[in-house]
Design a protein around this ligand. Structure first.
Ligand code: SF4
Length: 323
């Protein structure tokens, strides 16, 4: 976000408790994440949760793992004692957590955990105990079932610049939705949201942008809550598709179009060169964005300056310096 309109609120984001340094792992250890605490902690008000502790499994505890056959939901059972089946307890505490935390804007998860793993958690066969396939952890399954719009990411995957930026973009877009659409629902707010998210959506999934536009054109025939639910589901799914250099360059060219009439030939060439340099991988996204913002401040209309694409997350996080 620009220096002028810094949003100093810290926004509520859930996190696997062991990532905050709490000693809640089965062996009494933790997995403190410096990036989460020291960088994102400036912007996110973390709300830690350990589903296994909440389910009463204690610390230290017998390790658990996913067991099942492909195509069916795995059970969560003791590694040493397969009679210890905690699937239902974990589901119950997860659902209770979700019911109390509808205000969250995202959740950062611990990789590989049978509870908190986002993906690729090993599932073992019930007959011979050999690894068979992979799935999401039990808590993540409940999040996806009961809170599908909530942005999720694993802390380890945030070492990847594209995934990191994508998650934080989704968190801030969802925050915008909650504060400005869900807080005071109306068709007007819904259309305004779509309007200011236009180029962000376009950079992630141009087809979804068009489909949502068509949907909204007819949405006044539908009940508002139905239109909002449909829109949010598809909007969040579209943002989950990471933008590429090509799709960013396309969005940048559209934004550039709003400046064409106001700029002299040399300045236009500079801007086009910056967009092309970015598309070719010679500079980071921050370079053309900074230039565009510079000229939009002087010559842009209110409409284009309001685009979240130009400023989707706090500038100080430097996320576009690595894209
Ligand atoms: S991964 Fe999840 S369940 Fe395991 S210790 Fe961390 S917070 Fe608790």
């Amino acid at each position: 976000m620009s220096d002028e309109v810094k949003d100093e609120r810290r926004i509520p984001v859930g996190i696997s408790a062991c990532l905050t340094g709490e000693e809640v792992r089965y062996n009494g250890g933790h997995k403190r994440s410096r990036y989460c605490l020291e960088v994102l902690g400036e912007r996110f008000a973390f709300e830690p949760f350990c589903p296994e502790l909440e389910a009463g499994l204690g610390v230290p505890r017998e390790p658990i793992r996913l067991v099942g056959v492909e195509g069916e939901e795995p059970r969560v059972v003791g590694t040493r004692d397969p009679e210890l089946d905690v699937t239902d307890r974990l589901a119950a505490v997860s659902q209770a957590f979700i019911d109390r935390h509808r205000h969250l804007r995202g959740f950062i998860l611990m990789k590989g955990s049978p509870s908190c793993g986002l993906e690729r958690v090993k599932v073992y066969r019930p007959d011979n105990g050999m690894p068979s396939h992979s799935d999401a952890g039990a808590f993540v399954r409940e999040l996806r079932r009961h809170f599908p719009e909530l942005p999720l990411e694993e802390e380890a995957r945030m070492n990847d610049a594209v995934l990191r930026e994508n998650f934080i973009t989704r968190v801030y877009a969802y925050d915008d939705w909650l504060r400005r659409v869900a807080a005071e629902p109306s068709y007007h707010e819904l259309l305004q949201f779509h309007s200011r998210q236009k180029y962000l959506l376009m950079a992630h999934d141009v087809e979804a942008y068009r489909a949502l536009g068509r949907y909204l054109a007819e949405s006044s025939k539908r009940p508002l809550d139905q239109a909002m639910a449909h829109y949010l589901e598809r909007f969040m799914a579209a943002l989950s598709t990471p933008a590429t250099r090509k799709t960013h360059a396309n969005a940048l060219m559209h934004v550039f179009g709003y400046l064409k009439a106001a700029l002299d030939g040399e300045t236009k060439q500079d801007l086009l060169a910056a967009i092309d340099d970015y598309r070719r991988g010679h500079v980071h996204l921050a370079v053309p964005i900074r230039l565009l913002n510079h000229y939009l401040k002087r010559y842009g209309s209110d409409y284009i300056r309001a685009q979240t694409y130009l400023d989707p997350h706090p500038y100080e996080l430097g996320l576009r310096n690595t894209l």
